[in-house]
Each structure stands twice: as C-alpha cells, then as structure tokens.
Design a protein around this ligand. Structure first.
Ligand code: IPE
Ligand code: IPE
Ligand code: MG
Length: 240
C-alpha cells in the first residue's frame, strides 16, 4: 500500500464504541475509554509513517457534556493524564498538537495544560495531531459567524467587504483555520452518522464506516481504510 499514490493529507476519526467495547467484556465504560486512549498514539504514529500530514480525533463533543457527571469528569482527567504520559513519546516522534473546540467550558487547569502542550509542540513538523475537544460543527460555524459579526460591527473595512466574502474567507473564522479539510473521515463502531462533527469542513470528505469498536482499531484497520480511500473517485460535483 505504501507505493500507492493516494495517501490522504488529513485523516479524521470519529472514535466511537468505547462503552460497548467495555460492556462486551463485562467492564465499566471507563475501561473502554482507557483502552481507546491507547489507540491515539498508535494511529498517529502509523499515519506519520504513511505520510499523512494531519490526523484528527473527535475526542469529546459538545453534546458529550450531557453524559453522567462522573463519566465527563473521568474523561477530562483521562485527557489530561494521557497528554501528560504520552508527551515525551509524541515529542520524539515530531508530533505537533492542536486542541480545538469550546475551551471556555473546560476546567481552567486542563485549559492551561492544553495551551502548554500546544506551545511545546508548536515547532514539531512530522505530523499535526488535532484533538477536537468540546467541539461540535454547529458550535464552530456559530462562533465563526459571531466573530465575523463582531469584526464587522467594529471595523468598517470588514463590513464593506461582506458582499464579496468567499467561502474560503469565511472558513478562516472557523477554529480549523490552520488545518486543511479532512480528505477521509473514519467512524468506528458501526454508527453511520456525523454526530455534529466537521459539518463545514467535511463537505467533500470521503467517509469510511467500520463495525470495529475504537479500542480494537489498530494500525492494520487504518491501512484498510486508507487503501479503500485510494480507490474512491472524488468528483467534487464535476463530470469526469
Ligand atoms: C466514544 O465512545 C468516546 C466518546 C464519545 C467520548 P462512546 O463512549 O461513545 O462508546 P459507545 O458509543 O457508548 O459504545
Ligand atoms: C461521537 O460519538 C462523539 C465522539 C466520538 C467524541 P457519540 O457516541 O457521542 O455519538 P452519538 O451520540 O452516538 O451520535
Ligand atoms: Mg458512542
């Protein structure tokens, strides 16, 4: 597969199925989250080896705040702990981290830790790993519209350019402004929905759905997804 010309620039993963993985084994849901977290560095390393430049993970959605308080607290602690435990390995591999989402909802300690991780990895260049945390597609589009409205209200130049504004111009207000749109979106666990993920950015992404639960998704599974991506015909609405 390595010789194949079509390696996606940006692979994005809706990492789903941790709870089911745990309950199939008679374990608590959190055990599934712990095991699932282990796949993130593994998949990141494999993406880097294959020449993927951006890999992103839907880590926690805005809607996931509605889960039981204990699960949410566990997930936030796990986020902090896994970043902390894997940071050295990620530094050695040249991984640059971006954490994107509604930071205002995060605990201030996690927020400042995230900022530190972004800062120390900022000059790494092998691959960029994006963790979408407290993220949703509709939230992103709305926050973009709000910042544009604020700018237009205070800057007559911005207001005068509104009519000629393009989709590319608008996308610079999204939190993904520094990230190319995903070429391939993988969803594990058999669900076939977008769950409020990259609604704008995924407009022309290829989708790959697999029944494999996220804690069971290893590098071989990633390679299968990328092979299938290589056979897709991306037409972008045109006639070929
Ligand atoms: C994905 O696994 C992790 C998060 C959404 C945080 P789930 O926790 O959604 O697992 P299932 O879907 O209940 O099996
Ligand atoms: C999507 O999974 C969100 C993440 C993977 C972080 P969910 O488990 O929250 O999605 P739904 O509720 O099944 O749509
Ligand atoms: Mg789920």
């Amino acid at each position: 597969m390595e010789n194949q010309a079509r390696i996606p620039v940006h692979v994005s993963i809706i990492m789903d199925g941790n709870g089911r993985w745990a309950s199939q084994r008679g374990k608590e849901r959190v055990q599934g989250h712990i095991e699932g977290t282990e796949r993130v560095p593994e998949i990141t390393a494999e993406c880097a080896r294959l020449g993927v430049k951006y890999v992103s993970f839907y880590t926690f959605s805005e809607e996931n705040w509605n889960r039981p308080k204990e699960e949410v607290e566990f997930l936030m602690k796990l986020m902090w702990k896994s970043l902390h435990d894997k940071l050295e390995e990620m530094m050695n591999q040249g991984v640059k981290f971006l954490i994107l989402g509604n930071r205002e909802r995060l605990n201030p300690m996690l927020r400042s830790y995230i900022e530190e991780v972004e800062k120390v990895t900022a000059t790494n260049s092998t691959i960029t790993a994006i963790l979408f945390l407290s993220y949703s597609g509709k939230w992103d589009i709305l926050q973009a519209a709000k910042s544009l409205a604020r700018e237009a209200a205070s800057d007559p130049d911005v207001l005068s350019r509104l009519d000629s504004m393009t989709q590319d111009d608008f996308s610079r207000y999204l939190v993904t402004r520094d990230v190319p749109d995903p070429d391939l979106i993988i969803r594990t666990s058999g669900e076939k929905r977008i769950s409020n993920y990259l609604l704008w950015q995924g407009a022309y992404s290829e989708f790959y759905f697999t029944d494999t639960l996220w804690p069971d998704f290893h590098k071989e599974n990633l390679r299968e997804a990328i092979t299938e991506y290589g056979s897709r015909d991306r037409r972008y609405g045109k006639v070929k």
